[in-house]
Design a protein around this ligand. Structure first.
Ligand SMILES: [Zn+2]
Length: 89
C-alpha cells in the first residue's frame, strides 16, 4: 500500500491526505484538547495514515471510500472518540 501524502488543511481544521486515489480527511489535534482526547485523536491519525492500528484494525479501501474497524476498546475507535468529544469520561 502506498504511503499517504499530505494534501492540505481544510477550513474546518481537518486535514486532507491522499493515498493513491483515495482522499482521507483526518482530525487535527486542538491545542486545548484534553490529554485523553489528544491521545485518541493522535492514535486515530497515525492508524489511518499508517494503514493499521495497534488494536489490529486495518485500513480497507474501496470505491466507496475507506473503512477502518477499530476494536471495541480501542481509544481510536468511533465510540471512544465520540465519548471523548462529548465530554464524558
Ligand atoms: Zn484501533
Amino acid at each position: 500500500m502506498r504511503a499517504a501524502e499530505f494534501v492540505s488543511t481544510l477550513p474546518s481544521g481537518m486535514e486532507a491526505w491522499r493515498r493513491g486515489r483515495v482522499l482521507f480527511v483526518v482530525p487535527t489535534i486542538p491545542d486545548d484538547a484534553r490529554p485523553e482526547l489528544k491521545d485518541a485523536l493522535s492514535l486515530r491519525r497515525r492508524a489511518l495514515l499508517a494503514g493499521e492500528c495497534p488494536c489490529g484494525a486495518r485500513l480497507v479501501l474501496s470505491a466507496a471510500g475507506f473503512l477502518m474497524a477499530h476494536a471495541d476498546d480501542c481509544p481510536a475507535g468511533d465510540e471512544s472518540i465520540k465519548r471523548l468529544l462529548g465530554g464524558e469520561s
